[in-house]
Design a protein. Structure first.
Length: 252
């Protein structure tokens, strides 16, 4: 039985198919970049789905042939500092909703997972990538100041050397390179990605749900000191002059 949870016209849509809730990010435009409203809707859906007893796992994927290019830059054109700060707070709240969700959240990645789209993938419990997909944090060129939470998600999976390289250079890793760096659980040809994801979800749903939820809590407890240490950030979200110029250049 399939149940629609959010309308397909939304920037973030969800449906229940058996024990798996499937969240689709974006509408195929702007490489599925999300507005502030889109990030807020993602947070709401994850929180709502996590409370439903029938949900054993959540799958996050992008609309069409890509995952998520991050935030919709057009929303930042001529934006003041308060709006920019709110935008980054909204996206971080969505990532934290995934991390505190009581059931496993799995990312299916094809195309690009860049910037906030990369953070969305890293907030998930597991990542399955197509060989042709790319993932990374090309945010410095926009004057975006990496937060401790952004850096922590990279560091805990790939280590400080890779985290620094990706943040300093903005390089995007292909699927095989991401797998080697620890950013992806599995990497397969695109034609095999759906079967790989379906098999992984089947293995999760075959376990007693209480045991799986306990496992997520246990891993979350192990990561809690790092997450708590990176919650506070003294810096603004962006270097405003560099950011405004970069947004103008990107959109014109």
């Amino acid at each position: 039985m399939t149940t629609e949870v959010a309308p397909a016209t939304s920037l973030v849509a969800a449906r229940l198919a058996g024990p798996v809730a499937r969240i689709t990010v974006g509408n195929g435009q702007r490489r599925n970049a999300l507005t502030m409203a889109g990030w807020a809707e993602l947070e709401r859906l994850v929180d709502e789905l996590g409370t439903q007893e029938r949900v054993r796992a959540i799958l996050v994927s992008g609309h069409g042939g890509t995952f998520c290019a991050g935030s919709d830059i057009s929303e930042w054109l001529d934006a003041d500092a308060d709006l920019v700060e709110e935008s980054f707070a909204r996206m971080e709240a969505a990532f934290q909703a995934i991390e505190r969700c009581p059931v496993p959240v799995v990312a299916r990645i094809e195309g690009a997972a860049a910037g906030a789209g990369c953070q969305l993938a890293l907030a998930c419990d597991m990542r399955y990538m197509a060989e042709s997909a790319r993932i990374g944090m090309p945010i410095a060129r926009l004057g975006i100041l990496a937060t401790p939470a952004f850096a922590a998600r990279l560091t805990v999976l790939a280590g400080p050397a890779v985290a620094r390289e990706l943040l300093y250079t903005g390089e995007l890793l292909t699927g095989p390179a991401a797998r080697a760096a620890g950013l992806a659980n599995r990497c397969v040809p695109l034609a095999e990605l759906d079967a790989e994801v379906t098999a992984a979800l089947g293995r999760i749903c075959a376990q007693p749900p209480a045991a799986v939820r306990a496992a997520k809590r246990a891993v979350g407890a192990a990561l809690a000191p790092m997450r708590e240490a990176t919650t506070h950030n003294d810096l603004p979200a962006v270097s405003m002059d560099d950011f405004a110029a970069a947004v103008q250049a990107f959109l014109h």
